[in-house]
Design a protein. Structure first.
Ligand code: 13P
Ligand code: SF4
Length: 297
């Protein structure tokens, strides 16, 4: 077992997702969506990465940077969707559908990534899938993101998984209409993990970084945001003159909120446990992740 040691701040790149608490975003070197964070991890020349996000993000960073020490500040911070597909399902479809690519959303365990042909994030999924030569696409685990991508690529045949983010998937057209009635004139911007009936109402559908970029460029003054409430921190700091509301008050990912400033401090005090991914799993998952970085440019 490795000896725990304090980490010098200058030796670490601190990455944070938009859903972690505001104070942690403020302490990070870089805040971004899943794709931007994975790229930053890969490009870093620091020996340590402290990834303020859920476990699949730390695993992906470790897979992409096997020689670095990678930490996530709360070892029990997991994405609820990360295991919502099975090896049996993947093997079955590979055996029955020809000319098939298994496309796996980055919100998945390293084990699922290792069984995949390519990984996608919400910001590059349409581009990556459009560049695949295979006609048939098995998209796991997120049925909502999969349906969103399928709608833009009618030339492909999609087989969708059954998984979803319980937090985004709980959004309904009815509650969004009620929020719109409370904030008339606000533009609706939603994450593609939301169900179809909600995406259909939106002015813009995209990743967290896409939502922020859209709001920044837009001439509108008010926005209703259909994603985790942590995103409001970056929206409000980048667009101080504009108003932002979430589609429901409790739009919160409890696992992302486990990444507290105290948990971050414990990593620097040497109390964190480095992320480890078994070598055989990491080698296979790295091929699929590298393919995303290549096709998603
Ligand atoms: P983004 O890649 O859009 O930041 O999404 C990550 C996520 O977990 C959404 O729920
Ligand atoms: Fe996973 Fe949903 Fe949390 Fe995103 S918001 S990390 S998809 S549980």
């Amino acid at each position: 077992m490795k000896e725990h040691h304090p980490i010098r701040r200058e030796d670490a790149l601190v990455l944070a997702h938009y859903y972690v608490p505001d104070a942690v975003q403020a302490a990070a070197d870089f805040v971004g969506d899943s794709f931007a964070l994975a790229r930053k991890a890969k490009e870093s020349d620091k020996p340590v990465i402290v990834f303020c996000g859920v476990s699949f993000m730390g695993e992906s960073a470790k897979i992409l940077c096997p020689d670095k020490e990678v930490y996530i500040p709360a070892a029990d911070a997991h994405c609820a969707m990360a295991e919502m597909a099975s090896e049996e399902e993947i093997l079955h479809i590979r055996a029955t559908v020809p000319d098939l690519a298994v496309v796996t959303y980055v919100n998945s365990s390293a084990r699922l990534k290792a069984l995949s042909d390519v990984i996608v994030t919400s910001s590059n999924a349409v581009k990556v899938v459009s560049r695949l030569k295979e006609k048939n696409i098995y998209f796991i685990p997120d049925k909502n993101l999969g349906a969103y991508v399928a709608a833009q690529l009618p030339e492909k045949k999609f087989y969708l998984g059954w998984g979803c983010c319980p937090i985004h998937n709980a959004t309904t057209a009815r509650e969004v209409r009620a929020a719109q009635a409370a904030h008339p004139g606000a533009l609706l911007l939603v994450h593609p993990e939301c169900p179809e009936e909600v995406r259909a109402l939106a002015a813009y559908v995209g990743s967290t970084a896409g939502i922020i970029a859209y709001a920044e460029k837009s001439g509108a003054a008010e926005f209703l945001v259909g994603t985790e409430a942590g995103t409001l921190y970056e929206l409000r700091s980048r667009c101080p003159g504009k108003k932002f509301y979430v589609t429901r008050e409790s739009f919160l990912c409890r696992d992302m909120k486990k990444i507290t400033p105290e948990a971050l401090a414990r990593v620097f005090a040497g109390e964190g446990t480095p992320v480890e991914v078994p070598a055989d799993v990491a080698a296979k998952a790295r091929v699929a992740l590298d393919r995303m970085l290549e096709l998603g440019q």
